[in-house]
Design a protein around this ligand. Structure first.
Ligand SMILES: Cc1ncc(COP(=O)(O)O)c(C=O)c1O
Length: 354
C-alpha cells in the first residue's frame, strides 16, 4: 500500500505533526516520546511543541543505533512513540524497534530526514509515520520544507491540517529563495568551502536549539522543484563516491560506521560518510587537517542532546549517555555529494592514512 504524503514547512514541523497525531491516538495522560541522545536538536523542539516529554536513550557503543535494552527499561505507561532516526542514511534497527512498538502498543516514528531510498528499494521505510526534510544538506533538498508519510487512515485523521493553502512567497522573497539555492549549490563545490563562514545567513555547520513555534504548510516554490530534485537524486550515482571513501576508511584504522552497521555489504546512500576516530584528540587533528585542505569535513553536532546549550534544563535528572558522548567526541563526517572529485578523494586518503 502506498504512503499518503502530508507537506509541512520543515522536517521539525513534520515531526511535530506526527507526534501530535500519535498523542491523539494514545491514552497516555502525560505523553512521553523516546529519542536517541545523539541527534539534532530539532527532534527535541518537535517533541516539546507537540506537548510531550522527551526521554533520551543512549546509543549502542560505536553505533548510530539507539540502545534497545535501555529503550525497553525506559518505556512507561506514558510512552506514546519512539523516534527511530536513520542517521546519515544508515537505517536504524527498524524491525527490532517495530517489535517493541507492537508489543507495547506505541508508534514508531521513522525520522528519515537524512535518508532517502534508492530507486529499487521498496521496503526502505517501515515507520507508522515517516518524516522527511527537504532542508539544507538533506538527500532531497529544496532548502526548506518537509513531509510526513503515513499509510494508516486513523493516524492520518489526526495530522494537523497542513496544506489547505500552499504558501506562495512574495516576489522579493522568491528571488531571495532562488539566490539562496544558487549560492548553496555553488558552495557544495570543494573550492568554495571557505565561503560559508562569510555568509552568516546560511548558518552552515551550527548546532543550535531553536524552539518550534508553529506548524505551517510548505511553500509553493519548494514543492515546485521537488520532483526534479528527486529525479536528480535518483540518477546521482552517489554510490561511486561512497564506495571509494569506504575503501579508504576501512584501511585507515578508524571505525567505518556504515560498514559495521550494515547486515549485508550494501552500503545505503549516505548524506555524509561517518567515521569514528580512536580518540577526541585524533578526531580533532584529522578534522583540522581536512578543513585546512578545504575538504568539507564536519564534526556534526558536537554534543549529546542533554549538553546542547538551551536543552540542559529538560534533561537534568535523566542521567548520562556515555556512548552518545563518546560518539559526539570522536565523530568525523566526510562529504559524499556529487561535486566530490577524485582529487578530493585522494587528498582525504592521504590525510586519513597520514
Ligand atoms: C534527523 C533529523 N530530523 C529532523 C530534522 C529537522 O529537519 P528541518 O531542518 O527540515 O526542520 C533534521 C535536520 O537536520 C535532522 O537531521
Amino acid at each position: 500500500m502506498p504512503f499518503d504524503v502530508f507537506f509541512y514547512n520543515s522536517g521539525a514541523e513534520s515531526l511535530a505533526a506526527s507526534i501530535i497525531s500519535a498523542i491523539a491516538c494514545s491514552d497516555a495522560k502525560k505523553p512521553e516520546v523516546m529519542l536517541p541522545a545523539y541527534a539534532c536538536p530539532e527532534l527535541v523542539s518537535a517533541v516539546l511543541y507537540a506537548g510531550a516529554k522527551p526521554i533520551l536513550v543512549d546509543l549502542e557503543y560505536q553505533k548510530t543505533w539507539i540502545n534497545l535494552e535501555e529503550l525497553k527499561q525506559k518505556l512507561s505507561e506514558n510512552t506514546v512513540a519512539i523516534i527511530a532516526v536513520n542517521l546519515f542514511g544508515i537505517p536504524e534497527q527498524l524491525i527490532k524497534i517495530r517489535e517493541i512498538c507492537t508489543q507495547n502498543n506505541i508508534f514508531m516514528i521513522e525520522d528519515s530526514a537524512q535518508s532517502f531510498p534508492r530507486m529499487s528499494d521498496n521496503e526502505f521505510w517501515q515507520g507508522d509515520y515517516v518524516i522527511l526534510s527537504f532542508g539544507r544538506g538533506k538527500p532531497i533538498s529544496t532548502l526548506g520544507g518537509g513531509a510526513v508519510l503515513c499509510k494508516n487512515d486513523n493516524l492520518k485523521k489526526f495530522l494537523p491540517n497542513e496544506s489547505e493553502v500552499i504558501k506562495i512567497r512574495k516576489i522579493s522573497g522568491s528571488l531571495l529563495y532562488r539566490l539562496k539555492i544558487f549560492l548553496y549549490n555553488m558552495l557544495l563545490h570543494p573550492r568554495l568551502y571557505f565561503i560559508p563562514h562569510g555568509l552568516p545567513f546560511l548558518k552552515l555547520g551550527k548546532t543550535l536549539f531553536k524552539p518550534l513555534d508553529s506548524i505551517n504548510s510548505i511553500y509553493y516554490d519548494n514543492i515546485s522543484i521537488l520532483d526534479s530534485n528527486i529525479e536528480a537524486y535518483m540518477h546521482s550515482h552517489l554510490e561511486k563516491n561512497i564506495l571509494r571513501i569506504s575503501d579508504i576508511v576501512s584501511k585507515s584504522g578508524v571505525v567505518n560506521l556504515p560498514v559495521v552497521s550494515c547486515q549485508n555489504d550494501n552500503i545505503p546512500n549516505l548524506i555524509r560518510y561517518p567515521v569514528l576516530a580512536n580518540s577526541k584528540n585524533q578526531r580533532d587533528q584529522l578534522f583540522s587537517k581536512l578543513e585546512m585542505a578545504g575538504l568539507g569535513a564536519s564534526k556534526m553536532y558536537e554534543k549529546p542532546l542533554n549538553k546542547i546549550k538551551g536543552l540542559e534544563e529538560f534533561f537534568l535528572h535523566q542521567g548520562e549517555y556515555p556512548n552518545a558522548e563518546l560518539f559526539a567526541d570522536t565523530l568525523l563526517t566526510l562529504p559524499t555529494h556529487r561535486y566530490v572529485t577524485l582529487s578530493c578523494i585522494k587528498k582525504i586518503k592521504a590525510i586519513l592514512r597520514g
